[in-house]
Structure formats: structure tokens, C-alpha cells
Design a protein around this ligand. Structure first.
Ligand code: ADP
Length: 327
């Protein structure tokens, strides 16, 4: 394992889906080369679930189980819950003092969230605006060298870099400027309705779905609208089932696409085969997550050990920060 550190995290706002799994698979590859800190950011989840906080704890454990089931080794990677490492909150507070308000108001995801959730002045919380500062604290408290991000997250990481630069200029070099690791090869997984798969759109296949649920969802998926009968020539580019087939059967999909175009295979066969492919992918994952969730003590132990390793590094950083700031 190398000396370079990576921080990454997901919110416990619901079960993880196939889109999230793509990201977890990237993390699982990186764990062999980097020191990884994989956080479950429950404080971030409060920006939307502040009135349903009872959902966050159980969801956080499920996300932990998903991390491990997707291939992260809890003995190699520090998997932990953000609120178990209080140093994130202290650094968030200190960074908030050196972050100009204008920087936060300009963040595109803030504007989007405000519009998508149709938030009025009253319901835009101080915490929602400060979300990227908390994210900066999550990253900088581990003096992370790199962060694997989706393209949508790049503005947040840029802000983290600006905050780090500002802090270093004011108080002396404490933080490395974290680099983004955008994996161009990571597929954006389409949801069952053709939009990006997302828990917000009710179009996702979840890692927690059983085999019958996967079959039902695939059966209802959006297919090429001009292919009514099996013999009609299909346009695989317009069919969610064909798109998913390409991701999860990167070699075999070509023959099925060709047959689809020629009108010698129908949607029923496409759906049946995709169901089998997805269930073969998800079966071992489902077994592992079931095993983890049915053994709460082991999961609690993994999370406690992860938090302990994270805390050791975070408290070292906070000593440097307090010293630099004369606190
Ligand atoms: P959601 O859209 O379901 O709320 P999140 O925003 O919580 O998902 O995303 C968590 C991580 O999963 C992010 O790194 C994001 O880029 C990635 N991700 C989410 N949806 C997809 C998708 N459909 N395809 C690929 N990656 C995705």
C-alpha cells in the first residue's frame, strides 16, 4: 500500500444502487495502491433528512455493508461514520471562518439543489449552503492527496483546494491541495426510465433488491419505442435494457445488439437475459451484505476500528491546525 491518502464518502440517504456500485468498484481497485479513508457522511445527510433523523443511523449501517459487500476490505480501508470522528466538525467550524460567502453562493450544486427541491428562503439552511465547507473538512482533516470524484463533484473539490490554499496562505502550510481523480471509464448508469439512475428519480435497481424485484424492474424498463414486435428493427442506443447489457456484459453485448437491430431478437429475450446477468452480478453481493447485516457486532467492530484509525490521523491534523492558528 502506498503512502498517498485518498478520502471518499457517500451519504446515508437511502440504499445504494447500481450507479453507486460503479463508484464502489473504482474505490475497491484503488485500495491496493492508496491508504483509503471511506466515510459514510451522516452529517451531510442532515441537509435533507433533518426532519427524519431516525432514518440516518440504520441507513449508515447499510451503506457500510454495501461498501464491504462491493469489495472494500475493512482491514485495509478505514470505513467509518463521519459523526464518529468529531474532528470533522471542529475543522468545519475553523474553515468556515476563512471561506467567503460568495464562494459558496456560486457553487452550482447549491443553486441546483435550491431549484430542484424548490426551497424558499426559509428552508435554505445555513448547513446546506455550508455543505462544501464540511466536505472540505472531510477531505483536509486527513490531509488527503486525492479524491475520486464524479464530474458533478468537481466544483466542490475546486472549492476545497481554494479553501486549503487560503488556509495555507494565512497560517502556513498544513494542507496538501487534494487532486481530483476523475475516472473517465466509470460508466454513468442509466435508470429504468432512461434518465441517470438516481434514488431521487424512483428509477433505480438497488443492491438490496432481491432477484424477483430485479426481474420485475427490468421487465418494466424503458425499451426502444419503435420496436413493438420482435421482428421490428431495434435501436439499442434508445433502449435502457440494451444500454445496461453493454455495461454488464461488455463482450457478449455486441451479438445481442446486432440481433436486436436485425429484428431477430425481441425485448422479452433481452430482458430475461439482462435479469440473469444482473442477478449473477448481485447474488454474491447480496449474500455478503445479508451476512454483514445479520451480524451487527462484526459490522460495529469494523466501523469502530475504522473510526479509530481515522481519528488518529484527524487528531494529528487538528494539532497542526490549532498550532498554526495559535489556538
Ligand atoms: P443519487 O443520485 O442516487 O442521489 P448520489 O448523489 O448519492 O446518488 O451519488 C453517490 C455517488 O454515486 C457519487 O459519486 C455519484 O457520482 C455516483 N453515482 C450516482 N448515480 C450514478 C449513476 N447513475 N451512474 C454512475 N455513478 C453514479
Amino acid at each position: 500500500m502506498g503512502e498517498k491518502r485518498i478520502l471518499s464518502g457517500m451519504q446515508p440517504t437511502g440504499s445504494l444502487h447500481l450507479g453507486n456500485l460503479e463508484v464502489l468498484r473504482t474505490w475497491a481497485r484503488l485500495q491496493h495502491e492508496y491508504q483509503m479513508y471511506c466515510c459514510i457522511v451522516d452529517w451531510h445527510a442532515l441537509t435533507t433528512l433533518y426532519d427524519r433523523t431516525e432514518q440516518i443511523g440504520p441507513a449508515a449501517r447499510e451503506v457500510a455493508a454495501d461498501y464491504i459487500a462491493a469489495g472494500l476490505d475493512p482491514n485495509r480501508v478505514s470505513i467509518f461514520i463521519q459523526s464518529h470522528v468529531k474532528e470533522h466538525a471542529e475543522l468545519h467550524l475553523l474553515l468556515s471562518m476563512v471561506t467567503p460567502l460568495g464562494w459558496l453562493e456560486r457553487v452550482p450544486t447549491f443553486k441546483e439543489k435550491r431549484e430542484n427541491l424548490q426551497l424558499n428562503e426559509e428552508s435554505v439552511s445555513y448547513g446546506l449552503l455550508g455543505y462544501p465547507v464540511l466536505q472540505a473538512a472531510d477531505i483536509l482533516v486527513y490531509r488527503a492527496h486525492a479524491v475520486p470524484v464524479g464530474k458533478d463533484q468537481l466544483p466542490h473539490l475546486e472549492l476545497t483546494r481554494e479553501i486549503a490554499r487560503r488556509f495555507n496562505n494565512l497560517y502556513g502550510e498544513v494542507f496538501p491541495e487534494p487532486q481530483s481523480m476523475v475516472n473517465e471509464a466509470t460508466a454513468v448508469i442509466p435508470g429504468l426510465d432512461g434518465r441517470k439512475m438516481s434514488k431521487s428519480y424512483n428509477n433505480a435497481i438497488y443492491l438490496s433488491d432481491d432477484a424477483d424485484t430485479v426481474a420485475r424492474k427490468v421487465n418494466d424498463a424503458f425499451t426502444c419505442p419503435t420496436k413493438i414486435r420482435k421482428t421490428d428493427p431495434g435501436i439499442p442506443e434508445n433502449c435502457v435494457v440494451c444500454q445496461l447489457r453493454r455495461v454488464y456484459d461488455p463482450v457478449g453485448y455486441q451479438t445481442s445488439w446486432e440481433e436486436d437491430r436485425q429484428g431477430v431478437r425481441g425485448c422479452v429475450q433481452n430482458k430475461r437475459e439482462l435479469t440473469d446477468i444482473l442477478n449473477a452480478l448481485l447474488d454474491p453481493l447480496r449474500a455478503r451484505r445479508r451476512e454483514l447485516l445479520s451480524d451487527p457486532e462484526s459490522l460495529t467492530r469494523y466501523l469502530a476500528e475504522g473510526a479509530e484509525r481515522a481519528r488518529a490521523l484527524a487528531s494529528e491534523t487538528m494539532q497542526m491546525v490549532r498550532k498554526a492558528m495559535h489556538l
